[in-house]
Design a protein around this ligand. Structure first.
Ligand SMILES: N[C@@H](CCC(=O)N[C@@H](CS)C(=O)NCC(=O)O)C(=O)O
Length: 214
């Protein structure tokens, strides 16, 4: 094993850090996979000092080659994507990656309404999210993906958006307990997601990563 070039600091979840872990695995870069417990995070005298981290939020990426500490999960993906030529080959392709990542952000934001405690309100929010939010965004992605040949969302090779989208579609499914791709008939996206998870480096990471709920 070579000396890691990066440190990825997050909690013991897949959530916002997993596409970063996928990307680094894909480009075969070792990274320190630091997973902070809720206790360490909350305890002011613990070994983790929240104030050391950007905005007191995780994930944070440390790039040992240039000393960079970078926050915001999508920015980290974009940074690594550009560094490893996985961010689109043209300005248009780069812009499409950004557009689709903002779509993911919107879907995530609307899903956060689901933290609602009241069961009745929660059920209504979930119905709205599944029947309005998901189709509004995913029908466009399904159609774009199909037009692009079904293998990659942008251009003719893997980009960072493929890791983000495949992962988030899985998370949305898990969270809502409805297979959002199969149930709402996005066969191209479903097959695409499976194929991304079958990429040997991704498959190898999935088989060795810590098992977590989300
Ligand atoms: N927009 C940020 C959101 C980061 C964020 O909210 N992280 C949460 C975990 S998913 C966090 O650090 N929570 C700890 C806290 O707020 O104290 C990103 O994409 O990185």
């Amino acid at each position: 094993m070579s000396t890691p070039k990066y440190k990825v600091i997050y909690f013991n979840f897949r959530w916002l850090a997993e596409p970063i872990r996928y990307l680094l695995s894909y480009v075969k870069e070792d990274f320190e996979d630091v997973r902070v417990s809720a206790e360490e995070w909350e305890k002011p005298d613990g070994k983790i000092n929240k104030d050391e981290y950007l905005y007191q939020k995780l994930p944070v990426l440390e790039d040992f080659e240039n000393g960079l500490k970078l926050g915001q999960s999508f920015t980290i993906l974009r940074y690594l994507g550009r560094k490893y030529n996985l961010a689109g080959k043209t300005e248009v392709e780069g812009a499409k990656c950004d557009e689709y990542s903002d779509v993911v952000k919107d879907v995530l934001k609307e899903m956060e309404l689901m933290w609602e405690k009241d069961e009745k309100t929660k059920a209504e929010l979930k119905k709205n999210w599944l029947e309005k939010t998901i189709p509004r965004y995913f029908s466009v992605i399904e159609s774009d993906l199909k037009k692009n040949g079904g293998k990659y969302l942008v251009g003719n090779g893997v980009t960072w958006i493929d890791f983000l989208l495949s992962h988030m579609a899985q998370l949305f499914t898990q969270y809502s307990e409805v297979d959002v791709l199969a149930h709402y008939h996005y066969p191209t996206m479903k097959e695409y997601q499976q194929q991304i998870f079958e990429i040997p480096e991704i498959k190898a990471w999935i088989s060795k990563r810590p098992v977590t709920q989300y």
